[in-house]
Design a protein around this ligand. Structure first.
Ligand SMILES: Nc1ncnc2c1ncn2[C@@H]1O[C@H](COP(=O)(O)OP(=O)(O)OP(=O)(O)O)[C@@H](O)[C@H]1O
Length: 326
């Protein structure tokens, strides 16, 4: 008897490692879009869960962004049911494209829907199908933003309920696994639309692999693993330093006690605690705040997102909204 296709074996092994961390009777949900990655994930979950007495289901989110999206969602759900997953739910969401853009709006609607489904069904884990290639693209985008170590640390394997078992499995492998298991996946046309930064990063990575040699994607994904440990340590030190500072204003010398990689993170924490939206705080903001300590020459306040200002007065710095104009 022959064993499974090597790509299927790799996918199943990656999933087994996650399921082994669950207790018998736990419910694990695969988040399935119908694409090759999440379908291969669903198949591996369906295969591995029974031996570990873990219950396995799936949630398909219908973003309603394209004509026919409901049919795509139903087809993905049908495939999950055929694999033996139970429960399988399709959840329709309303995506508000105003503001952060359609990609970000779809993502936040999706995670909100997955959160609700997990709560309603009492799931212990929600598994996402991000692959090594997704991780490499994330790192490449982080590099092009020049936003520092945390942005190069990529996606974490575990965050709260969410687990990404396939970060060590390539997109080529998930496709090979689907083909070997005769699973028909759906290719999202948005994944080919160069209007999206993510799609352009994917193409750039193909060029890099061709020009610099194979293994670039794997190296970028490895970079994320290394840097995540470093970033986690610095974040922990910054949490401690910010907690020790207490409420502002703060003595400049107290902030200068921390080395710069910790200090810029402390600035971020102080700004967020004062009400700055974290997603809008960029390196240039924290750098400008830090200059109030390291290159102090009487400069004016630093404008921060959320209508805040970081100010130095004498030996002390503070972050607050400017006083209303009379
Ligand atoms: N419509 C959907 N329904 C359920 N799960 C989905 C859906 N779309 C994506 N997912 C989950 O998210 C994973 C990543 O999908 P994709 O790469 O398309 O999203 P992304 O927007 O890049 O990811 P992220 O949400 O982390 O930013 C999929 O493998 C799947 O597990």
């Amino acid at each position: 008897m022959t064993g499974p296709h090597p790509a299927t074996a790799a996918t199943r092994l990656a999933v087994r490692r996650v399921l082994q961390e669950c207790s018998p009777g736990d419910l694990v949900l695969a988040a399935v879009s119908g694409g090759a990655d999440s379908l291969a994930l669903a198949a591996a979950v369906a295969f591995e869960a029974p031996a570990l007495a873990v219950r396995a289901g799936a949630v398909v989110v219908d973003h309603g962004l394209q004509p026919g999206s409901a049919a795509v969602a139903q087809r993905a759900a049908g495939a999950c049911r055929e694999l033996g997953l139970d429960p399988v739910e399709v959840v329709a969401v309303a995506v508000d494209p105003a503001g952060a853009g359609p990609e970000a709006a779809a993502r936040s609607a999706r995670y909100a829907a997955l959160d609700r489904a997990a709560g309603r069904l009492g799931a212990a884990r929600v598994l996402l199908g991000h692959t090594l290639d997704d991780q490499a693209e994330q790192v490449l985008l982080g590099l092009t933003r020049g936003a520092g170590g945390r942005s190069l640390a990529g996606m974490p394997r575990v965050r709260g309920l969410y687990v990404r078992p396939l970060l060590g499995v390539t997109r080529e492998q998930t496709r090979a696994s689907c083909r070997a298991e005769a699973l028909e996946w759906w290719d999202d046309p948005m994944n080919e639309d160069p209007a999206y930064t993510r799609v352009r990063a994917r193409r750039a990575l193909v060029d890099l692999e061709r020009d610099l040699g194979p293994g670039v994607a794997a190296a970028l994904a490895r970079t994320a693993d290394h840097l995540r440990e470093d970033a986690d340590l610095l974040d922990r030190l910054a949490d401690e330093a910010a907690a020790a500072l207490g409420p502002g204003p703060w003595e400049a010398v107290a902030l200068l006690d921390s080395p710069r990689p910790v200090r810029t993170r402390v600035w971020r924490r102080l700004a967020v605690a004062a009400g700055a939206p974290g997603g809008q705080l960029a390196t240039r903001h924290t750098d400008a705040c830090d200059a109030l300590l390291t290159r102090w020459h009487g400069q004016g306040p630093v404008s921060l997102p959320g209508g805040l200002r970081a100010t130095r007065s004498g030996g002390r710095v503070s972050i607050a909204a400017p006083p209303p104009v009379e």
